[in-house]
Design a protein around this ligand. Structure first.
Ligand SMILES: Cc1ncc(COP(=O)(O)O)c(C=O)c1O
Length: 416
């Protein structure tokens, strides 16, 4: 291994590098095992995975910065956007590198819409459960971030929004669902509040966007959250989450094409020719476009339904298993396959949920810690581990010691 921080004086042979990485990676978290709960969505479909590897390597070096140079990428992107528009009934759709970039674009569009009506000190209203991409976008884009407390059910409280909204509100945000508790905010109410104040409403469906349409088609109760709700002006939905593509691709959707035009950047006041782009990225890698196109084309509605059914089986199994263990409970009443569970304050059995997480870690589970408990995000592959999880969790709750006090990290920074 090279010393950290030293630029290699001489290159190393490929075989040696690959051997080193293979050996090191063998100790990394194995997301295919069903014992990891975030960051990677385990589709448990070797054929789809092989297809993704193939198309990613096929387009590994292509750049979609100028889509007219790589016409196969152009065709795939156009078809992909058509599929996405029809799935969500959107007026316009675009790609980005991930949920955070899609959210940045929605906030930038809202900021510029507000400026067009004379608001130069814009603010954004959301529930305190909204993803950190919102305060981050606000920080970068000069928008005041105003998170509001949620109600007892973990959902945004429309009364708080009605009180807080002002002439300066550039964007009202709802989550479908929120990351911490997996609950869908009351989108109809929030969109109506935004619309009667003459402002925009964004639904952050980064997490649920590509699962909710199929969840609904399975007959599950799904509260209104998409463009069928009047007043919803934009939606973010990540293909690299429940869209089941590998990382690097999200979609940003608008009800109206005019709104999307706020993202357009064109520049020719330099000697290098016309530069035009619709998102924050300049160079755009080929693999996410090819991967998203191939994934959606291969799965189709029937494939997404099949996978949604597996997620539902896993969700039912995990939830009923947790419900059956005295001393713990699922927080709120999640609408989807993402949730928190923690100590049940109404139970006479005292449970230190951090210590339960430690025992689960020791047994090879990798549950993320939140302030109020442990976080679960279920993929299709989790339907294989329901019994093992519930059995280990039962043991961990019955027999836990002192919490080791592990961190609450959701994201991290590499020091340089
Ligand atoms: C609800 C929600 N919004 C936004 C994001 C941000 O997505 P990304 O990590 O792809 O930038 C996430 C990520 O988990 C999320 O759960």
């Amino acid at each position: 291994m090279s010393d950290a921080g030293e630029f290699p004086a001489v290159g190393r042979p490929t075989g040696e590098l690959l051997d080193e990485l293979r050996a090191e990676r063998a100790g990394d978290l194995d997301w295919r095992s069903g014992r990891a709960f975030s960051l990677v969505y385990n589709v448990d479909d070797p054929e789809l995975e092989a297809l993704q590897h193939e198309v990613a390597s096929m387009f590994l070096h292509e750049n979609a910065l100028n889509p007219f140079r790589y016409v196969t990428l152009l065709r795939m992107e156009s078809e992909l956007l058509g599929m996405v528009r029809s799935l969500f009934g959107a007026g316009a759709a675009g790609l980005s590198s991930g949920g955070t970039e899609s959210i940045f674009l929605a906030v930038q569009t809202a900021r510029d819409e507000a400026a067009a009506r004379g608001v130069f000190d814009p603010e954004l209203l959301c529930a305190s459960t909204a993803h950190p991409a919102f305060p981050k976008a606000c920080k970068y884009l000069g928008v005041e971030f105003r998170p509001l407390p949620v109600g007892g059910d973990g959902r945004a409280d429309p009364n708080r929004f009605a009180e807080a909204i002002s002439d300066r509100t550039a964007l009202v945000v709802a989550s479908a669902p929120s990351y911490p508790f997996g609950v869908i905010d009351p989108v109809t109410d929030l969109a109506a509040i935004a619309s009667s104040a003459g402002t925009l409403c964004h639904v952050d469906a980064c997490l649920g966007g590509y699962l909710l349409p199929f969840w609904e088609r399975l007959g599950e109760p799904v509260p209104p959250w998409d463009f069928r709700v009047e007043g919803v002006t934009s939606i973010s939905a990540d293909v690299h989450k429940y869209g089941y593509c590998f990382k690097g691709v999200s979609t940003i959707l608008y009800r109206d094409r005019d709104l999307q035009q706020r993202q357009l950047f064109m520049y020719d006041s330099w000697p290098g020719g016309l530069y035009a782009s619709m998102s924050a990225a300049g160079t755009r890698p080929g693999p996410p476009i090819a991967g998203a196109w191939a994934t959606m084309t291969h799965l189709g509605e029937s494939g997404y339904l099949r996978l949604a059914e597996r997620v539902r089986t896993a969700t039912r199994g995990f939830r009923s298993g947790i419900d059956g263990i005295d001393g713990i409970r699922v927080t709120s009443d999640p609408d989807l396959s993402v949730f928190e569970f923690g100590a049940d304050p109404e139970s006479s059995t005292p449970v230190d949920i951090g210590a339960v997480g430690d025992v689960m870690d020791d047994r090879g589970w990798n549950l993320d810690r939140q302030q109020g408990g442990l976080h679960v995000m279920l993929s299709p592959g989790h339907d294989r581990v329901v019994d093992a999880f519930v059995s280990d969790l039962g043991d961990a709750v019955a027999d836990h010691g002192q919490a080791r006090g592990g961190g609450l990290a959701y994201g991290g920074v590499v020091e340089s």
